[in-house]
Design a protein around this ligand. Sequence first.
Ligand code: HEC
Ligand code: HEC
Ligand code: HEC
Length: 156
Amino acid sequence: MHGRSILAALLVALAIVTGGITAVSAQGSTPIPAPAKGKGDKCVAPTDWMRRNHMAALLHKRDATMHEGIRTPKFALKECISCHAVNGADGKPVTVSDPKHFCRTCHDYAAVSVDCFECHASRPGEADKSASAADPGAQAREDTAALGRYLEGHKP
Ligand code: HEC
Ligand code: HEC
Ligand code: HEC
């Protein structure tokens, strides 16, 4: 296919998609995603590229770190979280439990769910749970200790 007809086809597809979004939002049921702008003036890669490829970049980075021990700041999840932090009413960055969280703005809309934040901190300055995830025993020991403290306070 000629490049221009591909473009035309894409534009038609986009028009259909946009029409769909407008229809949905007119009913007021699903807000159009409006991700907050990150800090500074640019992302770690061109914005358009990031929109389409951040998932692959993150997963690739994760695999490189986990399997090959490669640690580079580019595409580090902590950096995304730090630069894309969105403050809540209390002036503190929200966690992923808040729909305003940067990573949720599009994911909620696209019905994508990521499990990353079960281990990784979803706001800056918060301890990563990935450390204990790397050592599942640590979580178990912590749970056991907590249970011990609880029982200590509830002796018959
Ligand atoms: C140093 C700050 C910074 C870091 C680090 C950063 N970003 Fe960004 N990001 C931005 C800015 C600023 C924009 C908006 C740029 C623009 O307006 O063109 C952006 C845009 C985006 C967008 C597009 C949002 C939209 O409006 O459609 C996505 C997705 C994104 N970033 C994901 C990530 C991910 C994932 C990471 C970590 C791998 C990351 N960013 C790291 C600053 C950052
Ligand atoms: C079961 C816990 C767990 C889950 C779930 C998880 N990770 Fe990780 N992740 C880890 C651990 C542990 C490391 C290694 C920590 C380190 O070495 O810094 C890691 C490292 C990473 C790294 C490399 C370090 C960095 O920040 O550059 C990236 C990127 C990453 N994970 C992304 C993801 C993404 C994206 C998801 C969701 C799709 C995810 N992880 C889900 C535990 C988890
Ligand atoms: C501009 C909108 C947008 C923003 C902002 C955004 N995402 Fe995404 N993300 C998507 C879309 C759309 C998909 C699904 C793509 C697909 O299905 O191919 C996705 C998929 C993913 C996936 C892969 C999920 C899977 O199971 O395959 C990961 C991991 C991910 N995003 C991480 C993040 C993180 C972390 C952030 C915040 C730093 C973020 N995204 C912010 C739009 C966004």
